[in-house]
Design a protein around this ligand. Sequence first.
Ligand SMILES: [Zn+2]
Length: 341
Amino acid sequence: MGTMELQYPFAAPLPRQAVEVAPGVSWIRLSMPFRLDHINVWAVETGDGWVLVDTGLNSIDTVADWLQLTAQGPLARPLQGVYATHMHPDHIGLAGWFTRRTGVPLHMSRLEYLACRVMHADSSREAPPDGVLFHRRAGWSDAAIEGYRSRFGNFGKHIYALPESFVRLQDGQQLQWGAHAWHVITTGGHSPEHACLYCPDLKLLISGDQVLPRISSNVSVFPMEPHANPLQEWYESLEKLKAVVPDDVLVLPSHNEPFHGLHLREQGLSLLIVEQNTRVALEIADYGYVMESGRIVLEGQAQELRDNEDVREFYLGLDREGVRKSFREVKHYKRRKRWLG
Ligand SMILES: [Zn+2]
């Protein structure tokens, strides 16, 4: 690129408009009633109609948008398939609505589909004891735990009844959409088997939530698998993408705008907050911030933080000689009290 910044060649589409970002590939932006107020989805021409990648939330507004978008023009042609990059409600929310209206299948990776079915089935349940214990161990207050209880099961709220079956997407597979092949590249860290779609002919990468400009994807450990290491999966996935996808693609992300500068963006990811596993975070990260009660109390190169006496004591549970300390001893350590004061 010759320049060290991401390049954004397109302005965001107006509501209910599709903007062509490459021959036969259109960008549609759907609004969401959250702080993250939109999601981008992609319509790709196939010759005999079109396919849709991601769908938006199940909401009255988004359904109204789709009714208008598909009433005339290129999207009034037959829909040939619904594809989901991953299981999150903004991506898969209307998959069941589309598949039932049109009779086309939902295509997604197996782990995403199955995980989504499980999460969706949790919608009518109360928070499980494992989840409560998980958050207590992470130091949550009673009030925060109550918040967890009341929010539990919200996942399914914005998802239309899921299709009862699906067509599996697998890493390395090629999809033929019209004249062009799209390669499936699965990634992890943000969700279990997230699918990115890469088209070498058109130099496009539909990156889902795996690569986003300006904001960072959520990489979290969840109570169902408390010993998971999503951060490692996340970094391995970025390495994989970098090895398989050249830097000259136009990246089509699920949030914000399409951009050039894939490899630059991947280099730029250095800040991560990982409460549950400080040791791993500091092994992987270049730079770290320590936050207590929402304030940054310490920051520095990961190496410096690893060697910092306070970090060793509070977060790694080691004393000056590298001997493990109990949590009780650490908790009453004077300097931490000052941070918290
Ligand atoms: Zn997501």
